[in-house]
Design a protein around this ligand. Structure first.
Ligand code: FA5
Ligand code: MG
Length: 430
């Protein structure tokens, strides 16, 4: 599990996808086109790109070739891809509202400075979201030990662009992009997913200008912005899902105050769809806008698309398989029709863990060694031997190909490689 939840919400986000399987799984299976094309492109993804901006060997660099090869797919910019279809619907909704129009930003580089992703957003240097176990770094001068605003990393949320866009003078915008988080992976978690950020600043005539933080939080202007935020996002959800039951919960983000989270009741369960709040006064004053106020939200496109298109597995979004891609049409939300699955092959691996063991490092090794053939890595047993003072983890690994039946032989070979990689992490194989 994530050792600490980023913004308190990484973990919460996961906890509320009620109808999806629970966490503590990992996998990196990507479904690809069949035959020769598949193995060629699969091989391409497993090999480090020669001049990668992401796999640098710099201090702290923990981006793997597997992840680097996912950058630039721009699924959210494909009109006939479920993520592109949802994105267009949301943009159309916002630009159908009365008032200022929202600028569309969807092509910003996911490689950002920690300054943008964390410091501009008042996220402290020792925040768990900045840990190497949780975030993909291209360089981090302080190694595992120390964060700095100059670290280069893969954005962990689209909020990384809020300050930059406000500095450019934008007062209402929707910013969409791929975001990267080291995490376990299962049907609802993949190390890359997509977010849309929305920001709207209000006319100071309407909500007030510069004032102390205490004055602001108690002011009618702050209340007005929070009410507008909630009304706008409820309207969005109704637009996408039809009238659904919703619940607002108080949340915490360092860069909004107050902060909220919106859940919807869908298919018999509550699902978290977004985090939001009134932009923190210090975020605004840091970009030279001490006299302005507004709201911001960040939502997960996969979350929405999985429910709306009935897509059962988050890895499917990355599929090149025609059986997937040909099912969708720009502008239309249609139900996904599943195609046949080949049988899985299950293998267990058990080891004593060292004190500083990061499960995410092990999952990452799984992704690297097994690529798209690993569907799930699940902790199935954990115990501590008090005499030895040691803790054991046993993981069950589900191997499966989308195009063929895997052989026991090839999986044994892969499992052996994974065992070697695991011992490199300092575990003691059992
Ligand atoms: C954030 O990332 C904040 N930046 C959101 C925000 C923006 C708050 C602006 C305030 C103002 P969080 O980690 O909760 O928050 O993620 C936001 C949304 O992204 C979640 O509600 C969920 O829809 C989606 N999400 C989060 N983690 C995952 C995941 N592992 N897989 C798929 N979607 C996810
Ligand atoms: Mg959240």
């Amino acid at each position: 599990m994530r050792a600490g939840s980023f913004l308190t919400s990484f973990a919460l986000a996961n906890a509320h996808v009620g109808q999806l399987p629970s966490r503590l799984h990992a996998s990196s299976q990507l479904r690809m086109a069949p035959g020769v094309v598949r193995s060629a492109s699969k091989r391409a993804r497993m090999v480090a790109p020669v001049d990668s901006r992401f796999v640098t060997g710099d201090v702290g660099n923990n981006v793997t070739p597997y992840i680097a090869n996912l950058v630039g797919r721009n699924l959210h910019r494909i009109d006939s891809h479920p993520l592109g279809i949802i994105k267009d619907k949301i943009e159309n909704y916002f630009n159908s509202l009365e008032g200022q129009s929202f600028e569309i930003v969807d092509d910003l580089d996911p490689l950002v400075r920690a300054q943008e992703c964390f410091d501009d957003l008042l996220i402290p240097l020792d925040h768990p979201g900045r840990k190497m176990g949780d975030t993909y770094y291209v360089s981090r001068a302080g190694g595992r030990e120390q964060s700095s605003p100059d670290d280069m990393l893969m954005r962990t949320h689209t909020s990384a662009h809020q300050s930059t866009l406000m500095r450019e003078g934008k007062t209402a915008f929707l910013c969409t992009g791929d975001v990267y988080r080291r995490d376990e992976i299962d049907a609802s978690h993949f190390p890359v997913f997509h977010q849309m950020e929305g920001v709207k600043l209000f006319d100071p005539e309407l909500v007030g200008g510069a004032m102390s933080k205490e004055e602001w939080l108690a002011s009618p202007g702050c209340e007005l912005i929070a009410a507008d935020l909630k009304k706008t996002l409820e309207g969005l959800v109704d637009e996408l899902f039809g009238p659904v039951e919703k619940q607002w919960r108080d949340d915490y983000f360092p860069f909004t105050e107050p902060s909220f989270e919106l859940d919807i009741y869908y298919n018999g369960d509550w699902m978290e769809v977004l985090g939001c709040g009134v932009v923190h006064s210090n975020v605004l004053s840091n970009v030279g806008l001490e006299d302005r106020h507004g709201w911001a939200f960040g939502l997960g496109l996969e979350r929405l698309a999985m429910v709306l298109f009935k897509i059962p597995d988050i890895r499917l979004f990355w599929s090149d398989d025609k059986r997937f891609t040909s099912q969708f049409k720009a502008g239309d939300i249609t139900e996904f029709k599943p195609y046949s699955k080949f049988p899985p092959c299950l293998k267990d691996i058990a080891f004593w863990i060292p004190d500083n063991f990061e499960p995410n490092d092990f999952f990452e090794a799984g992704r690297e060694v097994c690529g798209e053939l690993v569907e799930k890595m699940e902790l199935i047993d954990e115990f501590t031997n008090p005499k030895l003072g040691k803790t054991s983890h046993c993981y069950r690994i589900t191997y499966r190909s989308m195009e063929r039946t895997v052989t026991n032989e090839e999986i044994n070979a892969m499992q052996e490689k994974l065992r070697v990689r695991a011992s490199d992490l300092g575990v003691e194989l059992r």
